[in-house]
Design a protein around this ligand. Sequence first.
Ligand code: GMT
Length: 382
Amino acid sequence: MKIGIVCYPTYGGSGVLATELGLALARNGHEIHFITYKRPARLSSHFHENVFFHEVDTEQYPLFEYTPYDTALASKMVDVVQSANLDLLHVHYAIPHAAVAYMAKKILLTQGRYLPVVTTLHGTDITLVGKDRSFAPVVEFSINKSDGVTAVSNSLRKQTHETFDIKRNIEVIYNFIDFSRFKKINKDHFKKAIAPAGERILIHVSNFRKVKRIQDVVQVFARVRAVMPAKLLLIGDGPERRNAEDQTRELGIYEDVRFLGKQDAVEELLAISDIFLMPSESESFGLAALEAMACEVPVISSNAGGLPEVNIHGKTGYMSNVGDVEDMAANTLLILRDEEVLAQFRANALAQAQRFDITEILPHYEAYYEEVLKSALITNAL
Ligand code: GMT
């Protein structure tokens, strides 16, 4: 198949998943065309057979206070569909991609070309941003107008139906993990550098937005560190980083916290970590937690959204109510106090992550594309 993939090219989970999906499809022989405003973070600049990258031109003009990205994206979609003769467009994150794809589809229809569109809902495009009055009518409309819609967890599917008047089926296809990249590797020299006295290493990876509750990450760490020697690695960057830095200074724990910013090789830092913290206010799936589990790192998380579908309470980690930092710290200590307990949680985390192996999940996407193409053919024939 010739598939166009539209996503945010940044470090967010939806862009990561979309890029990994495109690369895996390309390895399976499909021709993949990424259409984004810059090269996706996970798409290396090395040559990939079957992979093409089309940058959306965002022309500046003095009249525009905001560049009309949607118009530029729709034009690029039309251009790529025509020139590469795409079979299907798969857009990740509803805003604005699903609505823009609808416009591209309408333009192509005037040229006698039917373009099937699959939209994957990732989370905040429904739960936070999407339901805001300023976006909701367009999000609802464009979901209903997509030829296929997938959600990354049952929880997100349910929330989508609760939030919008959706008149179509939403297929759940879970996020996945590529074990050729995410696996426990020996990085003892890193470990020695970060935790020279054998301290436990806690880690958090996110885009440091409010929804991630970084303040809870720091609070949990402070409580653990008060009981046992420990270090905290904070990976990523975003609006809450500055507050988190201040908080660690106020709590007098700054020396034991390393703010490492955006990192390409997250798996190398996961490889030396003992606990992954994800106390999010809302989380449709928690791809970063799955990446940690694949590297045998147990997860201490909130029980928000789709997290219970990924993290098994008492087996792969523990879950607490949002904001309950006491419980999260107590659970972290339960795991870290005993080497055997930690080893068991590590093994369980790996076993659970294997359920989301890319080789298991990829065929679901391929089968779904086939289904969508088939019904598009029938629709066209009518
Ligand atoms: O978590 C973020 O803030 C990034 C966001 C995104 O859209 O890039 O992640 C969402 O999609 C991920 C991939 O499907 C999910 O694993 C995350 O749980 C989801 N984030 C939220 O729901 C907050």
